[in-house]
Design a protein around this ligand. Sequence first.
Ligand SMILES: Nc1nc2c(ncn2[C@@H]2O[C@H](COP(=O)(O)OP(=O)(O)OP(=O)(O)O)[C@@H](O)[C@H]2O)c(=O)[nH]1
Length: 266
Amino acid sequence: MSVRVSAMSVLPPVRRDRIIAQLPQYFKKEAALHTKDDFNNKVRTACQEQRTGTVGFKISKVIVVGDLAVGKTCLINRFCKDAFDKNYKATIGVDFEMERFEVLGVPFSLQLWDTAGQERFKCIASTYYRGAQVVIIAFDVNDVASLGHVRQWLEDALKENDPTAVQLFLVGTKKDLSSPAQYSRIEQDALKLAQEMRAEYWAVSSLTGENVKEFFFRVASLAFETNVLAELEKSGSRQIGDVVRINSTSNKLYATSKKKHPNCCQ
Ligand SMILES: Nc1nc2c(ncn2[C@@H]2O[C@H](COP(=O)(O)OP(=O)(O)OP(=O)(O)O)[C@@H](O)[C@H]2O)c(=O)[nH]1
């Protein structure tokens, strides 16, 4: 007897600590991608009515760039593995981790690309920048030079991507190493830069874990919200005959000739 196992059924359930039911709040109001308290209403309704199209099957690409040794690998490892390594091992080229979430009841995955900051590995790493929905630029809050290089990282990342479609985050790392006075000095400059770049600003510590989970939850939520809105826009502008639905018996995506989405008129 042959047993058919679909790709979906072999995936373990989403971890309980990756379930997002409320929009996580920004870190600083002055430099937030948006300051609303909750998910967009249309997005909430679409999720309730299971009208999120292909979003539940989507993997959004996130790239993390920034100077060498600012803590990109540690940031990803703290979130994905809850681990911290105090020894520096340069990333050679790139590395990636998959993180699965459930946002408003819909599965959603992020592919987190950890890229090399060292100049000699940069040309390998930059070939993986393409197709990013989210760009995270990391700098060390104790190293002004690393903040100064942020614009160059932005330019490099945007060369490979559609600047109007990318969601940008500016992240200050190693907050544990700085005194409150030192930190607040660099924060002024970082906030100004984030506003100019239209990035959302965060400050984190991978050593203590401060703000790490909150930050990635915010990234996942905003990326998810953008994807659902894009999907709604697409389905709104579809012609008759283009409505995509899921056939529950075959699990295949196909087009129907109904005017309305089947889930809207039930
Ligand atoms: N105190 C402290 N040290 C950190 C933190 N994050 C990273 N480090 C240390 O900084 C060094 C560099 O960290 P990595 O994460 O390897 O840096 P990276 O940006 O990935 O470096 P490249 O791969 O070369 O681009 C390591 O020795 C880490 O232990 C932090 O939040 N606090």
